[in-house]
Structures are given as C-alpha cells and as structure tokens.
Ligand binder design. Structure first.
Ligand SMILES: *Cc1c(COP(=O)(O)O)cnc(C)c1O
Length: 476
C-alpha cells in the first residue's frame, strides 16, 4: 500500500472498525482493572522502523485497536481517582468523533463559520453555567495550563501597559519582574505558565499562614502596599488538588480592586463548585476575576484535550494574541470571531463540538446532579475513612477531593510516610483502582479526586477494600 488515495474506499470502513471496538471497550470499563500491567508489553508492538510500504488503512487501524484497547489505562472508567482525570460522557465522546469526522480548522471564521459559531455558543453556555458575566471574553484551549497561559498573557499585557510598554510588540526587556502573588494552594501549572511567558516560574511569591497552604491575607496585602500602586497579579486557587481547599476569592478581589492588581483564578476543576448550591459559596468572587482558567477534560467529562479561559476584558485577548501581521489572514467581521486571535493557538481543532454535545445532552440540571453525586460519594468515602481504625482522614472533605492515609494500629508515626508510599505504589501495581500519593502538610498521603461521571459509591468502597488487601501483602 502506498498513497492513501488508493485506499479512499476504506475511510468509512475504518471508522466502522473503531465503532465495532467501542462497544466492548466501553462495556469493559466498569468491570476491568484500571490498568493491566501485563498488557504494557503489548505497546512494544507499536514499535519497529518506519514502514517503507504501508500496511494499508484497515490493517493499520486494526493494529492500533488491538494494542490500544488492551494496553490503555482505563482512565475513562469509574475507578481512576489518581491526579484529577475526568471521563467522557456518551454525548461528549460522540461529539469528539464528530470533531474528527468534520475536521474543521477552527481558528478562523472564514475556514469554518460552523466551528466559530459553536465555540461562541459553548463559551456563552459555560459562562452561564458558572455564573460568569456574559460580557467576558473567552477561548477554548487544549488544557488548563494553556488557559493559564491565555489568562496570564492578558495579565502580562495589562501589567506591561501599566509600565507604558506594549509587551506583545516589544517583549519584556527593560521591564521589572512582574509581581505575581498567590497562596500555598497554587498548582504547578501556574508556575509553568509563568515560565512559558518569560515571567519566570520562581518569581511567584506565596503567602501561606500555615502548612495547609491557606492564604495569609494580611501578608499579601502588605506586599501589595509595598508596591505603592504599581500593577501586580494575584492568583486565586479555586480547588486545590490535595485537599479541595480554596482561596477566599471575594477577599482577593477586594484586594485586587484596592491595590491595582489583576485577579487570575485557577478553577481547573473547582469552578464546577459554582454548579451546585451546596458549593457555590466556595466560588463566590470568581465572577469578579480578570481571568479564569478551567478544564473540560476534568469535571466536564469531555475527552482530552479540553480547557477554557475567560477574560473580563475581551480586548486584552486581542492585544495579547491578535495582530500577527500575516497578510493572508482576513479580518473577522460582523461579530464573527477568529478564535486564533484571542488565544495561543493558530490552527486548532473544533474543540467546541464535544462540549456542545454534552451541554446540549445533559444541561444545567444534569451537571448539577453529577457534581452533587460526586460531592456525596466524596463525603461517603470521607466518612468510611474517618470511621476506620486503620485509615486517617487528613483534611475535611471539600468538593470531590479526599485526602487520607493508611494508619494501621501499632505502626509508629515515623514509619507512616514510608508505608503509605509503598502502599501507593502497590495499589497501582494491583491496578483494580487508582489513587495517587502526594505530600500534604509534610506527610505522605493518599488522595482521590472523584470527577468521573461513571463513579458511584461502590467504586470508592472498593478502593478501601483493595487498599486493605494490598496492605496485608506488603512487607512489614
Ligand atoms: C489539573 C489542574 C491544572 C492543570 O490542568 P491541565 O489541564 O493538566 O493543564 C491546573 N490547576 C489545577 C487546580 C488542576 O487540578
């Protein structure tokens, strides 16, 4: 086989093969282990030299399906509690297939009015879902990290303008270090965005009043006062990955207003607190932020890659990302948005379709029910842990994060870190349920993030069962 044009008849047939594999794969998610270590070796079957003569469409697709459906980590199933990883709702997954089928170039309105319109619609729906004012600008991104890059690039543009510099044109040379202040709840992706933007990841200053990382507001305010009105950037964290804890966004918005600061909020998963009346208070103040980051591939349960950025002043997005000066790029007219002028990407897929499909399918009510189910399941796990003589809950259960450790009676305190570290590794080797380990308040802890639409109470009950079984097999 050579030129794909000789194989064009196979296009629909190839998709049919994927479709036929989909049923059994999805049916297996609730039952099969999250990860089968024995299947890892199968991935070697993807190796070898670049083929001189191709295998042909159907053979290649069958090959990838054969390996992929066995060797994948079933993160889209109900028992992957490591990191913060959502699944894909049925509508979102089908919407994602449609994205590939239609293969729209969604950066320019002229290339796909459909994709541009769909993106405007889903950004409006998402703002409505989260209680963000409709006047905010926005853009879909591949991830929360790139949403940080978007929001913080706008912050950088605003900040440099405060120093009389057009940073998009002139760069950062000659400017002072951009002051960026946050709490100890900050996620590493904020540092990464600062590093990408040339602001330097280690320039970030954290103000924490204790080892939980909670914000020290008076110290933060003192630092702002020291700047004597020079512009600064605050990063508010809505949903910390260790404990689910959040910064007081309203108080930070007050400080930002008083001291000429930009407020950027990281709500990668925590923005979904706004979806339920039970947790909406945690998000209070987000509607005053200058830029907001969130993820579609976490609590929205849209396939990778999916994130979004909202910016209070849409004109700043254009100043930060537009005007590339390429003469063949038509100006958008009539309210048509060229999304490549408001975010970091140029060519990009139509990321709006899976989001449109899932929001159309389940609506505000469906998302509130899902979020509240996760709140309930997280509380349930927290209660089980708290009532167990061999486990210890280490933070109040907030949102959908549960932070705890194994603490069997009789094991001295100074052995617990090492024990929990080995337990975390053994849990992943076992593969039936995934949870992560992390360092929280100086302790090695186990942590679970419950954001997959398939997850219900028996899944977290199984986690404790498996942890006990695995712990019993550990060397003392
Ligand atoms: C996951 C996460 C991020 C980074 O998101 P990506 O989509 O992986 O780039 C940032 N902040 C928080 C709080 C997160 O949970």
């Amino acid at each position: 086989m050579a030129d794909p044009i000789k194989d064009r008849e196979a296009a629909a047939d190839a998709l049919e093969r994927v479709f036929r594999a989909a049923g059994p794969y999805l049916d297996g998610l609730p039952e099969l282990p999250v990860h089968d270590r024995a299947a890892d070796a199968l991935a070697d079957d993807l190796g070898g030299p670049l083929p001189e003569k191709g295998d042909g469409t159907l053979a290649a697709v069958e090959h990838l399906l054969r390996v992929g459906t066995k060797a994948s980590t079933r993160t889209s199933g109900p028992r992957f509690f490591h990191l913060v990883v959502g699944g894909a709702t049925p509508a979102a997954m089908a919407g994602d297939w449609i994205t590939s089928l239609l293969d729209q170039a969604s950066g320019l309105h002229i290339a796909s009015p459909l994709a541009s319109r769909a993106e405007s619609v889903v950004l409006d729906w998402l703002k409505d879902l989260f209680g963000i004012p409709a006047s905010y600008g926005g853009v879909l991104t591949p991830s929360a990290t790139l949403a940080h890059v978007t929001g913080l690039a706008c912050a950088r543009t605003w900040w440099a303008e405060g120093h009389g510099v057009d940073v998009a044109s002139q760069g950062l040379a000659g400017l002072p270090v951009m002051p960026v202040f946050t709490s100890g709840l900050v996620h590493p992706s904020t540092r990464k965005a600062l590093q990408i933007l040339g602001c330097g990841r280690d320039t970030l200053r954290t103000f924490a009043r204790d080892d939980t990382g909670r914000i020290d507001l008076p110290a933060l305010e003192a630092a702002l006062v020291e700047l004597e009105g020079a512009p600064a950037v605050l990063v508010g964290n809505l949903g910390d990955v260790h404990s689910g804890d959040s910064d007081p966004l309203d108080a930070m918005a007050d400080l930002a207003e008083r001291h000429n600061a930009w407020l950027h909020v990281d709500g990668a998963f925590g923005l979904f607190a706004a979806v339920s009346p039970r947790t909406v208070g945690l998000a209070s103040g987000v509607e005053r932020a200058d830029s907001i980051t969130s993820d579609g591939h976490k609590w929205l349960n849209v396939p990778y890659e999916s994130g979004f950025s909202f910016v209070r002043d849409p004109a700043l997005q254009v100043r930060a990302f537009g005007a590339w000066g390429a003469s063949y790029l038509p100006e958008a007219e009539g309210g048509h948005v060229d999304f490549n002028t408001v975010g970091p990407e140029s060519s990009r897929r139509a990321r709006a379709f899976p989001i449109w499909a899932t929001l159309r399918a389940y609506g505000r009510d469906g998302y509130r029910e899902m979020v509240e189910r996760h709140l309930d399941v997280a509380e349930h796990l927290g209660r089980l842990v708290d009532e167990s003589p061999d486990f210890e809950l280490l933070a109040p259960v907030r949102m959908s994060i549960v932070c705890f450790r194994h603490r069997p009676p009789g094991v001295p305190d100074d052995r617990l870190d090492e024990l929990n570290g080995r337990l975390g590794e053994a849990l992943l080797r076992d593969g039936r349920v995934y949870a992560g380990t992390a360092t929280y308040r100086g302790m090695k802890v186990l942590r679970c993030a419950l954001v997959n639409w398939r997850t219900t109470a028996p899944d977290v009950e199984l986690l404790l069962t498996v942890l006990r079984e695995v712990a019993a097999d550990l060397e003392p």
